[in-house]
Design a protein around this ligand. Structure first.
Ligand code: HEM
Length: 124
């Protein structure tokens, strides 16, 4: 049987590393840093959001974890996230995947998942 995306991303350890690095990239990306820098003063909240995000991507890529966070619309409602911010987040994820030597197939699979979630994130 073909390997799951979860397994190709290095299971929970690989996905945790990606999420940590993506958040660091967001903190330094001027298009989205104002959304994320305030969490530097709320380390416990940031830890919980990262924990939820790791489980979200684990569950969504074929891992056994259960996602206990909020659904995408509830999470992003009221933020009025722009298309440009959405793209900046996608760029950061692709950059982190490059930095971790993930291949084009994995990047395409992740892109497809991110694209399918777009309407639950932007302009809400
Ligand atoms: C397809 C793209 C995206 C996905 C899959 C996604 C996923 C998530 C997940 C799983 C959480 C955690 C929810 C929880 O803890 O209950 C979260 C939180 C958050 N997301 Fe996104 N997100 C996306 C795009 C974005 C974009 C483009 C921005 C803004 C530039 C953004 C800003 C945030 C913020 C600020 C939080 C923390 C919310 C809070 O403190 O309540 N997200 N996101």
């Amino acid at each position: 049987m073909a390997k799951t995306l979860y397994s190709r991303l290095g299971e929970i350890n690989g996905i945790t590393k990606l999420v940590d690095e993506v958040v660091d990239l967001h903190m330094g990306n001027p298009t989205v840093s104002p959304r994320f820098v305030p969490y530097r003063d709320q380390p416990e909240r940031l830890k919980l959001i990262k924990h939820h995000t790791v489980h979200f991507f684990c569950a969504g890529s074929g891992g056994p974890q259960q996602y206990a966070g909020r659904d995408m619309v509830t999470t992003h409602k009221g933020m009025n996230i722009s298309e440009q911010e959405y793209l900046a987040v996608v760029d950061d994820i692709m950059e982190a995947m490059d930095n971790n030597n993930h291949g084009d197939d994995e990047k395409k699979d992740v892109l497809a998942i991110l694209y399918s979630l777009k309407e639950g994130v932007i302009r809400l």
